[in-house]
Design a protein. Structure first.
Length: 220
């Protein structure tokens, strides 16, 4: 179990302990809206950090606060926190996270497609967004393989280098990924925009999509 996962598990336990303290006093003194909001806010923060804001747990937490009474909100929030903790304890967290990560990468690449088809939009914008999808995919890949890259050194090229060094991709693949990084650098600097044509943008998007599809098993 990694240190990061241990911290997540401990935060989940702390939230359940906070719930139990309130529950002990609830039958005699009730529960306040402040207590509900505090528990829900901390729970949502943990859930979002682990599964993102579009997971079923994140949605259930939002719905819990829509209950009519404070007491019903409290019980609904507690139910979400307990279910979330059980998934962590039984090892289902990986599957949840993989599902969310796959959706995030897919949405980023869909946005790149939309930009590439938008009239008046420079193709550089589509390249930047498509490469953001590639970087997100590579970052997730590194995390799943327990490859640590310092925050300030994270980039498409660095992720690719670490994956190749660890034997997960071959040198030609690393070079192809680095070519995308070069195009993104050109796209991000106004002086080099002229180097990015619609043909290049379409090719980069297509190559990144193919790369993600070829390795989609990484995200489950």
């Amino acid at each position: 179990m990694t240190d990061h996962f241990k911290k997540i598990q401990q935060r989940s336990i702390d939230l359940l302990n906070a719930f139990q303290l309130i529950e002990k006093d609830r039958l005699n003194n009730g529960v306040t809206q402040f207590q509900v909001n505090d528990l829900a806010s901390r729970g949502a923060n943990l859930i979002h950090s682990v599964t993102g804001s579009k997971s079923s747990y994140a949605e259930n937490m939002r719905n819990a606060l829509k209950q009519k009474s404070t007491q019903m909100q409290f019980l609904a929030v507690a139910g979400v926190l307990q279910g979330f903790h059980l998934d962590i304890a039984h090892g289902h967290l990986v599957n949840i996270r993989q599902e969310v990560e796959a959706v995030v990468v897919s949405e980023i690449l869909s946005q790149a497609h939309k930009l590439s088809r938008t009239k008046g939009m420079h193709p550089a914008a589509a390249v930047i967004v498509a490469c953001a999808g590639a970087e997100e995919f590579l970052r997730n890949w590194c995390e799943q393989k327990s490859i640590t890259v310092p925050e300030k050194q994270r980039s498409i090229a660095r992720f690719a280098q670490e994956l190749r060094t660890a034997g997960h991709i071959e040198l030609p693949v690393e070079r192809r990924i680095c070519a995308w990084a070069d195009y993104r650098n050109d796209a991000a600097h106004g002086a080099n925009w002229g180097k990015i044509t619609q043909e290049i943008a379409n090719r980069v998007i297509r190559e990144i999509e193919d790369f993600v599809l070829e390795n989609r098993h990484i995200l489950g």
